[in-house]
Design a binder for this molecule. Structure first.
Ligand code: FMN
Length: 242
């Protein structure tokens, strides 16, 4: 299986679960994960929530490869969050464009950004202005329609993004129903950026099927599968070992 050993294993952000204690403990006890994503950090009265700030303190994250995730509704919020994170020392930031909770999407955050290419374009401009940071986005197929992600493709293809992670559901679906692999495929075919697949991967065989179907993937992101089976990343690494 050596031909699959370039695939990176990313640990998905799970609000309330994958905090810094989880990340430190999992990395040491199980390994098999190349990068951990923090649950999204958000602004409260113009500052980082205390809980988010504690989770992002550099001294607590030391030794574990970690990407800091933020959720923002527009360029201004995004810029403020980048300032705060850069001040803490973060040089790798992921934008959440997938959160399916009505409180977030009704305020235009998370998957609520997907129907608004104008606002996404302004956020991309902000990314361009911050050359010292490496950016990625984690998104869904749309808030309500998968055409929303397709409409964003020209914009994302020109954006300074190291990675696009796509969870193959729409926001209003939350976590119900099955993942839409055809929807994923259509986006993947038009996406010029390195991509990660996310959604419902529970076992090594399912990871293998996914990366065989989508051979340009550079990573898969594991969420609930890694909680139920903390050794899943390690099992994958052992399975693909040359
Ligand atoms: C309890 C819970 C909290 C989540 N928190 C976040 C979050 O903070 N940021 C984010 O991008 N996704 C969040 N997600 C979505 C997951 O990262 C992931 O995209 C989703 O669970 C699908 O992947 P899975 O089927 O491998 O779990 C959350 C999901 C759950 C169930």
């Amino acid at each position: 299986m050596a031909q699959l050993n370039h695939i990176k294993i990313l640990a998905a952000p799970l609000q309330g679960i994958t905090d810094v204690h989880f990340r430190q403990q999992h990395y040491r006890q199980y390994g098999g994960v190349d990068e951990y994503y923090t649950p999204f950090a958000r602004l409260e009265k113009g500052r980082l929530r205390d809980k988010d700030r504690r989770d992002l303190l550099p001294e607590r994250n030391r030794g574990v490869p970690t990407v800091a995730q933020v959720i923002a509704k527009d360029r201004e919020e995004f810029a403020r969050l980048c300032d705060l994170l850069q001040h803490l020392g973060w040089g790798r930031i992921d934008l959440n464009m997938g959160c399916p909770f009505p409180m977030q999407y009704n305020s235009g955050r998370g998957s609520g950004l997907l129907p608004h290419p104008d606002r996404v374009a302004e956020i991309v401009e902000e990314m361009r202005s911050r050359r010292e940071v490496t950016f990625s986005v984690k998104m869904r197929l749309g808030l309500a329609e998968k055409s929303e992600s397709l409409r964003l493709l020209p914009l994302l293809n020109e954006a300074p993004l190291q990675l696009v992670t796509l969870h193959a559901r729409v926001g209003v679906q939350q976590y119900k129903g099955t993942v839409d692999l055809e929807g994923f495929e259509t986006f993947y075919e038009g996406c010029a950026k390195p991509m990660a697949y996310n959604g419902d991967l529970q076992r090594v065989e399912e990871i293998a099927q996914t990366v065989k179907r989508f051979p340009r993937l550079v990573a898969v992101m594991l969420g609930r599968g890694l909680i139920e089976r903390p050794q899943l990343g390690r099992e994958w690494k052992d399975w693909v070992k040359p």
